[in-house]
Ligand binder design. Structure first.
Ligand code: NI
Length: 149
């Protein structure tokens, strides 16, 4: 396990679309371990693989209820609307209001290769949207409706 170097806004890699994971091998498992370690060290509630320079569709999230590891996450549906202040480890020193769905349902693969479905509201819905955006090269500042700083 290792803490990985974060990529920051302005790095063109953060703007690229990440590739699907086709096989959950040891490399993917150690990537997930490193992502968790990096997220906890940096005090984040989520981290996507491109944030440490890896263009694969892998996300880790912890909104306070334990770690969720998501491989190839995709939305099944989104519903409602909420506006909250977001920040991002790749955009240090910035935060602002972003409009997100109130509730989302996401399908993903766990580290054993099982298909799972997660439903999130509130902060979990925001985290899922924010991290999946990273996999498509989108940062929260692209969607910011009001800057805090
Ligand atoms: Ni982020």
């Amino acid at each position: 396990m290792a803490i990985r170097q974060l990529r920051f806004e302005g790095d063109p890699l953060l703007r690229k679309k990440s590739r699907e994971v086709t096989e959950i091998n040891d490399r993917i498992k150690s990537l997930v371990e490193d992502m968790k370690e990096t997220m906890y060290k940096e005090d984040g509630v989520g981290l996507a693989a491109p944030q440490i320079g890896i263009l694969r569709r892998v996300v880790v999230i912890d909104v306070g209820d334990g770690t969720i590891e998501l491989i190839n996450p995709e939305f099944l549906y989104q519903e409602g609307e909420q506006i909250d202040i977001e920040g991002c480890l790749s955009v240090p020193g910035k935060s602002g209001k972003v409009k997100r769905p109130q509730k989302v349902k996401v399908r993903y693969m766990d580290l054993e290769g099982n298909e799972k479905i997660i439903e999130g509201t509130g902060l979990l819905a925001i985290a899922l949207c924010h991290e999946i955006d990273h996999l498509n090269g989108i940062l929260f500042i692209d969607k910011m409706i009001d800057s805090e700083k």
